[in-house]
Design a protein around this ligand. Structure first.
Ligand code: CMP
Length: 139
């Protein structure tokens, strides 16, 4: 099944100069970039993007972090690309994310209220459709 997934290189990844490294891993895996844009997300977009985390204690720190600087947003396509990118990204917590993954190799815990973990990838076909519609309306 050809799928599209929304990938974000979060502000920590952009600030650390890791956009190229993340895109390199996606392209080396054989997935296709169908959209790519650098922008600073505003609170309204982020609260919609993170609607499932409404009410969680890390939501406000997460929105503050995600609006703190530019994010590289991409739509990535390929057979089973949703599951495939999540495998490339590794587990949410970078401390225990497997070495070899983006988070395992490149991210760490800085002791902040929010987990800064370099990348986001949609977690299901429904999330991917919703998130791509938010970040790339008209695609
Ligand atoms: P992401 O895949 O973008 O989805 C939600 C984000 O919230 C997640 O990556 C982390 O950046 C952050 N996050 C998830 N769980 C926690 C947590 N327990 N504490 C702090 N931040 C979290």
């Amino acid at each position: 099944d050809v799928q599209r997934t929304l990938v974000l290189v979060k502000p920590d990844g952009v600030a650390r100069g890791l956009v190229g490294e993340v895109l390199r891993r996606i392209e080396a895996k054989g997935y296709t970039l169908v959209a790519l844009d650098l922008r600073t997300a505003d609170d309204a977009l982020l609260r919609e993007h993170y609607a499932e985390h409404a009410g969680k204690p890390f939501l406000q720190p997460l929105v503050d972090f995600m609006s703190s600087g530019p994010t590289a947003a991409a739509v990535v396509e390929g057979h089973r690309a949703i599951e495939g990118f999540r495998s490339l990204a590794g587990a949410t917590d970078p401390t225990t994310a497997a070495p070899g993954t983006i988070r395992g190799d490149l991210a760490r815990d800085w002791g902040k209220k929010v987990i800064e973990n370099i990348v986001h990838g949609s977690d299901s076909p429904e999330s991917a459709a919703r998130e791509i519609g938010l970040w790339f309306p008209g695609l």
